[in-house]
Write a protein that binds this ligand. Structure first.
Ligand SMILES: [Zn+2]
Length: 300
């Protein structure tokens, strides 16, 4: 089996990793994400070159990035790195890199990593969330990433907020063109907006959490709404898929409200009202993105 090169393209940084045939990390490097398309392609090609010098000439390359390729046109779409949208990212990366390349949505790479040897290992149906600035999702069934014929799975962040209450109208517009997408509520950005609407103060998610822990009532209420909305989303997944485990990663996954308390909170919203829902925090943390990218070639 060849060594596997993984690349995780994020909005602010790009991670590279070489996994040996035995699964050991042999090379790790992080660079800042360039701000233009051509510079991004060149930076990824250069990182792959460095990794390939260690991985050997028969290495495979897997790359995770926000967004996905349109199955019809091969052009990239829905990326928060907007300079990639509309560009033939898979073809341009394949041309710039002299090794076989697979490209996948970054949250799908996280899901694959956690299902393979992380918190979801051994479970048949694994739903994965990454909650940071945005809300990403991934679905792995029997060890296989499910992205579907339209490459639309598993965009949990763009499901509509389930069971909105009277205070949640009108629903918030989303960058995808719809209104009411859960990502607008369940994310660091959503928490900040919610707190701002209540208090008029513009704070980052971490500062709001710190204020909640210090006992500030507005911050505690915003955090409670975040947890409740996340529970509603999770109940809708339980009603659809009844996954064996839900794995939560991303910057906000350190909050017990979004991991330890999620199963019980979501259970109340499930159809039976008493589903037993297994939830775990991502085992590999933020490294799951690049580890999952390296594993893309195990997907056949
Ligand atoms: Zn949306």
């Amino acid at each position: 089996m060849p060594s596997r090169i993984g690349i995780d393209i994020g909005g602010t940084k790009i991670d590279a990793l070489v996994l040996s045939p035995q699964g050991e990390a042999r090379f790790e490097k992080r660079i800042a994400t360039p701000s233009g398309y051509d510079a991004l392609i060149a930076a990824v090609a250069s990182l792959v070159g460095e990794a390939a010098a260690i991985a050997g000439p028969d290495a495979t390359v897997g790359i995770g990035a926000p967004g996905s390729a349109s199955p019809e046109t091969g052009r990239w779409r829905n990326a928060n790195m907007v300079f990639c949208n509309g560009r033939p990212l898979p073809a341009d990366l394949a041309q710039a890199i002299a090794l076989p390349v697979k490209l996948e949505n970054d949250a799908n790479c996280f899901a694959l990593s956690e299902a393979f040897d992380g918190a979801g290992a051994g479970f048949p149906v694994v739903c994965f969330y990454t909650i940071g600035t945005a809300l990403g999702g991934g679905l792995v069934i029997d060890g296989k990433l499910r992205s579907g014929p339209n490459a639309e799975a598993a965009e949990f962040g763009h499901l509509p907020l389930p069971w909105p209450n009277e205070t949640e109208w009108p629903l918030l517009p989303c960058f995808c063109g719809k209104a009411g997408c859960v990502e607008q509520y369940v994310s660091g950005t959503g928490l900040a907006r919610d707190y701002n609407a209540l208090t008029g103060q513009a704070l980052k998610g971490a500062e709001i959490v710190a204020r909640a822990r210090a006992g500030e009532s507005a911050a505690k209420a915003a955090l409670e709404r975040l947890a409740d909305r996340f529970a509603r989303l999770t109940a809708s997944l339980v009603n659809t898929l009844d996954p064996d485990i839900l794995v939560v990663g991303g910057g906000l996954s350190s909050l017990p409200e979004l991991v330890e308390e999620l199963g019980e909170r979501a259970s109340a919203y499930s159809f039976s009202g008493r589903a037993r829902i297994r939830v775990a925090r991502a085992y590999h943390g933020e490294k799951s993105g690049v580890r999952g990218a390296a594993r893309l070639w195990s997907q056949g």
